[in-house]
Design a protein around this ligand. Structure first.
Ligand code: CP
Length: 305
């Protein structure tokens, strides 16, 4: 079934068949990234604009590489090197860039709902590359692709998401997506970092990592989002690490074939130890590689409009 949307704003909006279609297209496009000449003409003549109000390494680079591998023209606006520092609003920036006739905007902003608000004001497609604490849909799709690549399925798996759930748009998008795809999701963290509505979203909750580690097929560790925390929510980083950090000792309790994931950037020694991040169970760099394939799929599908 063709992908009929103008925008990709969140996983919550998507039907299961749409997520499955995006993943199928991503799996088929992934091979392009291993060719000697990593380029196809699919989006020749299309223009992709990256509009990033927050820092990014993985998302911005992989969207840019994805667009270029599909032969789109790209340009990038960051808050620090544009007229945003002179006080231009996000809507004014969007409308001025729209006057140059781009086809797709990739938008990251610290305020939840910004991508949606801007999408309503432009005829170009908008992809949400992370909006505040709300959603990060392309991250959840690349996470689903990475799990599916290793396990062949998502349904019936137990996925443990650990850490700062409250401030994590990655956790929110993954909970919406993975539960809809038939996985069982357990969110685990200290009570101050667990939001109240997780059960309504379909996730189980645990405050005790050591109790739930043995159940997990996949353990997805999250970064503490100190930039979004309004007050002290933890006694200390050291205490957080003792109870909720994943190290070799805690991993001994996990299944022998457990998969370890992290969206990045990693705080080594806080939520994950180097031996686990770089160890044989880790899929962290597979996630990054699949980020290019998933973003190629999204640009390809939205670029067909
Ligand atoms: N996972 C992720 O969104 O990383 P960046 O902030 O580096 O884009």
């Amino acid at each position: 079934m063709p992908f009929k949307r103008k925008d990709l704003l969140g996983i919550r909006d998507l039907e299961v068949h749409e997520m499955e279609h995006i993943l199928e297209v991503a799996f088929s496009l992934k091979e392009i990234n291993t060719r000697p000449i990593k380029k196809v003409p699919t989006l020749r003549g299309k223009t992709v604009v990256h509009l990033f109000y927050e820092p990014s390494t993985r998302t911005r680079t992989s969207f840019d590489i994805a667009a270029k591998r599909l032969s789109a023209d790209t340009f990038s606006i960051t808050a620090s090197s544009s007229s945003i520092v002179k006080g231009e609003t996000a809507l004014d920036t969007l409308k001025n860039l729209e006057a140059m006739n781009p086809d797709i905007f990739i938008i990251r902003h610290s305020a939840s709902g910004t991508a949606q608000r801007l999408a309503q004001r432009t005829t170009a497609s908008v992809i949400n590359a992370g909006d505040g604490m709300h959603e990060h849909p392309s991250q959840a799709l690349l996470d689903m692709m990475t799990i599916k690549e290793r396990r062949g399925r998502l349904d019936g798996l137990t996925i443990l998401i650990v850490g700062d759930i409250t401030h994590s748009r990655v956790a929110r998008s993954n909970i919406w997506g993975l539960t809809r795809m038939g996985a069982r999701v357990i969110a685990c963290g200290p009570p101050t970092l667990i939001p109240p509505n997780l059960e309504e979203m379909g996730a189980a909750v645990s405050l005790h990592l050591h109790e739930v580690i043995p159940e997990a097929d996949v353990i997805m560790m999250l970064r503490l989002q100190t930039e979004r925390q309004q007050q002290m929510l933890l006694p200390s980083l050291r205490e957080y690490s003792v109870y909720y950090g994943l190290d070799g000792r805690k991993l001994e309790k996990a299944r022998k074939d457990v998969l370890i994931m992290h969206p990045g950037p990693i705080n080594r020694g806080v939520e994950i130890s180097p031996e686990v991040a770089d160890g044989p169970h880790s899929l962290i760099l597979d996630q990054v590689a699949n980020g290019v394939a998933v973003r190629m799929a999204l640009l390809y599908l939205l670029g067909q409009r």
